[in-house]
Write a protein that binds this ligand. Structure first.
Ligand code: NAD
Length: 364
C-alpha cells in the first residue's frame, strides 16, 4: 500500500513546503512507488473578504491567496478543512503550524491516530519555537511536544530547519536545508522526498540542535531588525548577530537546561544559514525594524504599542514567532538564573514585552 503524506498547517511556509513535496511525489523519479500522489493539507478554514472559503479557493484556483499568493500550487495538493480528514491514513505528518498552536493540534491528532498509525507514523516538525514548563523547569522542542501528546517513539520524530524563507522556496530559488532524525531509515526516506537540485538537503542526527537553531534565530532576527529600524549601520548589526550566534550556541550546550546540541549544527543551514537569512529578510526582522523605527521617530508610541496590533498591521495573519520565543527563552533564563549570561536574548524579551529602550542591544 502506498503511503500518504499530510501537511498540517497551511500558512506561508506550510504552503511553500506542501507545494515542494506535492510536486516531488508527482514528478521525482522513484517516489511514485512509495507515496500516494495526492497530498492532503489541513487548512484552518477561513472566509475571505470576497465571501469564499480558503479551502475552496485552494482546491479550485490552486493558490493560497491569503498566505502564499505568489505561487501556484500543484493539482495533487488537496486542502482539507477537517483535521481528521487530513490525518486519516497518513504515514507522514509534516507539522508546520506556528509553534504556539503545535500542542493543541497534536492533542487533537492524538485522538485521531489508529493504534497502527501511533506505532508507525513519522512526524517531521518544521515549526520553530520552544515551550517551557515553569513548574517542572523543562524545555520542550516542537517535535517533543508532538511526542508528549501522541506518545510516539523518539525514532518516529524528525525536524527540518534551514535558511528557507517561504516566498523564496516557493519561487524555486536555490536553498539548502537540514533534516535530522534519530532513525537512519527515516533520514533516508525524508532525503528522498525533499532533496532536489534547488532544495538541497543535508542530513543530521542532532534533532536537538536543528530545532533549537530554528527557534532561537528568530529572537536574533528581531534584534537585527531593531538595529535596522534605529538606522544604525551594518557593523552594529553584525556585532549583534555575532553576539546572538554565541548565545544560540551557549543555550544549546547548557547541560543544566536538560539538552545538549552539537556545536557543528550551528554551522549548518539550520544554524548560521538560517540566522543570516532571517536577519536580512523574513518577518521577524521586519517586525523588529518597525519597533526600532518607532523608538527612533515616536518613542511615546513605542512605549504603548500593542505587539498583537503591530503584528496584525504588518503581517495580515502571519505570526511573529520571535517575540513568543523571546518570552519563552526569557522564562528559561530567569528560572535558571542566567539572564546576565544571555544579554541579547534578554534585551529582545525586554524590548518586546517590557518596552525597554532598544539602544541597550549593542551595549555589551
Ligand atoms: N514563513 C517562513 O518563511 C518560514 C520558514 C521556515 C519555517 N517557518 C516556520 O513554520 C511555521 C509556520 O509558519 P508559516 O509561515 O507557515 O505560518 P504563518 O505565520 O503564515 O501562519 C499562519 C497560519 O497559522 C494558522 N493559524 C492561525 N491561528 C491558528 C490557530 N488558532 N490554530 C491553528 N492554526 C492557526 C493559519 O491558519 C495559517 O495557516 C512557524 O513555526 C515558522 O517559524 C516559517
Amino acid at each position: 500500500m502506498k503511503k500518504k503524506i499530510a501537511v498540517i498547517g497551511s500558512g506561508n511556509f506550510g504552503s511553500a513546503v506542501a507545494r515542494h513535496v506535492s510536486r516531488n511525489v508527482a514528478q521525482k523519479k522513484g517516489l511514485q512507488n512509495v507515496w500516494r500522489k495526492q497530498v492532503d493539507m489541513w487548512v484552518m478554514e477561513e472566509t475571505l473578504t470576497d465571501g469564499r472559503k480558503l479551502t475552496e479557493v485552494i482546491n479550485s484556483d490552486h493558490v493560497n491567496v491569503k498566505y502564499l499568493p505568489t505561487a501556484s500550487l500543484p493539482q495533487n495538493l488537496v486542502a482539507k478543512p477537517e483535521l481528521a480528514d487530513a490525518v486519516k491514513d497518513a504515514s507522514l505528518l509534516i507539522m508546520v503550524p506556528p509553534h504556539q498552536f503545535v500542542r493543541g493540534i497534536s492533542r487533537q491528532i492524538a485522538q485521531m491516530l489508529t493504534p497502527k498509525q501511533k506505532k508507525e507514523i513519522i512526524c517531521l516538525s518544521l515549526a520553530k519555537g520552544i515551550e517551557f514548563d515553569k513548574k517542572k523547569k523543562v524545555i520542550r522542542r516542537m517535535s517533543q511536544v508532538f511526542q508528549d501528546e501522541t506518545g510516539v517513539k523518539a525514532a518516529q520524530l524528525a525536524a527540518l530547519s534551514g535558511a528557507n524563507i517561504a516566498n523564496e522556496v516557493a519561487a524555486d530559488m536555490y536553498a539548502d536545508t537540514t533534516i535530522s532524525a534519530l532513525s537512519a531509515t527515516v533520514r533516508k526516506e525524508l532525503f528522498g522526498l525533499f532533496n532536489t537540485d534547488n532544495f538541497v538537503v543535508e542530513l543530521s542526527t542532532d534533532v536537538t540542535g536543528v530545532e533549537l537553531g530554528g527557534a532561537l534565530k528568530n529572537i536574533i532576527a528581531i534584534a537585527a531588525g531593531v538595529i535596522d529600524g534605529l538606522g544604525y549601520g551594518n557593523n552594529t548589526k553584525a556585532a549583534v548577530i555575532r553576539a546572538g550566534l554565541i548565545e544560540m550556541m551557549k543555550f544549546g550546550s547548557f547541560k543544566k537546561l536538560g539538552h545538549v546540541a552539537q556545536k557543528e549544527t550551528f554551522l549548518s543551514s539550520a544554524g548560521v544559514g538560517d540566522l543570516i537569512t532571517t536577519c536580512f529578510g523574513g518577518r521577524n526582522r521586519m517586525f523588529g525594524e518597525q519597533l526600532g523605527k518607532m523608538w527612533k521617530d515616536n518613542p511615546a508610541a513605542a512605549h504603548t504599542v500593542s505587539l498583537e496590533q503591530l503584528e496584525a498591521d504588518l503581517l495580515h495573519g502571519q505570526k511573529v514567532q520571535g517575540a513568543h520565543t523571546a518570552e519563552e527563552v526569557y522564562a528559561v533564563l530567569k528560572a535558571f538564573g542566567l539572564t546576565k549570561a544571555f544579554p541579547v536574548f534578554t534585551s529582545v524579551y525586554e524590548i518586546c514585552h517590557k518596552r525597554k529602550d532598544p539602544r541597550t542591544l549593542y551595549r555589551h
